[in-house]
Design a protein. Structure first.
Ligand code: APR
Ligand code: PHB
Length: 392
């Protein structure tokens, strides 16, 4: 058994864990990151790719934005499609000049891995049986195993950044968790393909055949999604069937302009809203997907991970500088306020753009809402303000 001491053990090397590690390095707070998977596995995950301005600023603050500034594509608007037409919601004009940036989560994670390597502090990959101990005392510790050797790390704080299925939230007694959850009766079938994107801005389409989304990773790589049943399987979806269905769900002009090609990734994701409160249990602080999941409509998941890390790093700085335990409690309160606002918007946009009710009343209300947005500055401002993201 090896023994080590650090100030903060970070569990998980996804965007949350790596961003926290980078921020702590800047603040001079010692930390160790433990990751269950290999680096290659972590870097192969394909997820959303729209960054809020606050996320771009945060990545810049932790020196992880050089490539993002070169390769990220600013989006000055977002498109809602319905009734065979497109409605543009200007982001800058409705928010005093704010935009979002298209840059894939895979690239963000790669940049964060690179700065971790440059910092000289490693990530311990393939850490098996990570276990959290005594986080209800002021002397927590974490144990894990690599290549058959057991290890123990003493610390002052444990940061649970290990995603929805991680060990951190699962280590908290059930009675201490307050869970809010909503599952939706559909999934998203996503395809990545090296074809030019059909639209320069993200398109969210509400159509009689179900929802469709057009996004991009670059000017030569597109990311598209269609609503499918939750029990559907990718084997049911040849590339040809996917392109045909997507085209039918887009306004004619877009469908005709859309280029198709072989898929380089195809997957089905369940859609859910989930929040576990609070985000602090003694010396364990949860962040990112370990504490909450939003439906991907609106692309808030990654952005919320960074706002959590912003609040968490402020809290631990106050904790180490002033021995201020109250700052740890404030972390949970501050982070959850922003999480609930993003949760509300993702839920709203999901309801507005998907069809999942047999009741024609529901669809008529959505159509009335879309028409309201088209003719109301206030309606467009609400969407734009939320889409670019609430300030930290
Ligand atoms: N021990 C160590 N690491 C673990 C464990 C464990 N028991 N369980 C999970 N992990 C690792 C996972 O392998 C993963 O690399 O924790 C990491 C969690 O990363 P993410 O799931 O990407 O979560 P997070 O970093 O919070 O990022 C949030 O990811 O899912 C999207 O929409 C979400 O964009 C958001 C972002
Ligand atoms: C994506 O680019 O993958 C994406 C964009 C917007 C969303 C969800 C996903 O709302």
């Amino acid at each position: 058994m090896t023994q080590q001491t650090t100030q903060i053990v970070i569990i998980g090397a996804g965007p949350s864990g790596l961003a926290l590690g980078a921020k702590l390095n800047k603040l001079g707070i010692d930390n160790i990151i433990l990751e269950k998977q290999t680096k290659e596995y972590v870097l192969a995950r394909i997820r959303a790719g729209i960054l809020e301005q606050t996320t771009v600023d945060f990545l810049s603050d932790i020196d992880a934005s050089d490539r993002l500034k070169e390769e990220g594509i600013p989006h000055h608007g977002v498109q809602l499609a319905y009734d065979n037409q497109l409605m543009q919601i200007g982001l800058g004009e409705n928010t005093g000049g704010k935009v979002v940036t298209a840059y894939g989560q895979t690239e963000v994670t790669k940049d964060l891995c690179d700065i971790r390597e440059k910092s000289g502090r490693s990530v311990i990959y393939q850490a098996e049986d990570v276990s959290l101990h005594d986080f209800d005392t002021d002397a927590p510790y974490v144990t894990y195993r690599t290549d058959g050797t057991n290890h123990q790390i003493y610390c002052q704080i444990i940061a649970g950044c290990d995603g929805f299925h991680g060990v951190s939230r699962a280590s908290v007694p059930k009675a201490a968790l307050n869970i809010f959850e909503k599952t939706y009766p559909f999934g998203w079938l996503g395809v990545l393909s090296d074809v030019p994107p059909v639209s320069a801005e993200v398109v969210y389409a509400n159509t009689p055949r179900g929802f469709a989304l057009c996004s991009m990773r670059s000017w030569s790589r597109s990311r598209y999604y269609i609503q499918c049943t939750p029990d559907d399987h990718i084997d049911n979806w040849s590339d040809d069937r996917f392109w045909d269905e997507l085209r039918r769900r887009l306004p004619d002009a877009l469908g005709e302009a859309m280029e198709t090609g072989p898929s380089i990734e195809k997957s089905i994701a369940p859609i859910r809203s989930f929040i576990s409160e609070p985000m602090r249990f003694g010396r364990l602080l949860l962040a990112g997907d370990a504490a909450h999941i939003v439906p991907p409509t609106g692309a808030k998941g990654l952005n919320l991970a960074f706002s959590d890390i912003f609040y968490l790093s402020e809290a631990v700085k106050a904790f180490f500088d002033k021995k201020d335990e109250a700052a740890l409690d404030q972390y949970s309160q501050k982070a959850l306020k922003r999480v609930w606002k993003a949760q509300r918007f993702s839920w709203y946009l999901t309801n507005l753009t998907h069809r999942f009710s047999d009741d024609p009343f529901d669809q008529r209300v959505k159509e009335a809402e879309l028409d309201y947005i088209r003719h109301s500055v206030a309606g467009r401002q609400m969407i734009a303000e939320n889409y670019v993201g609430m300030p930290f």
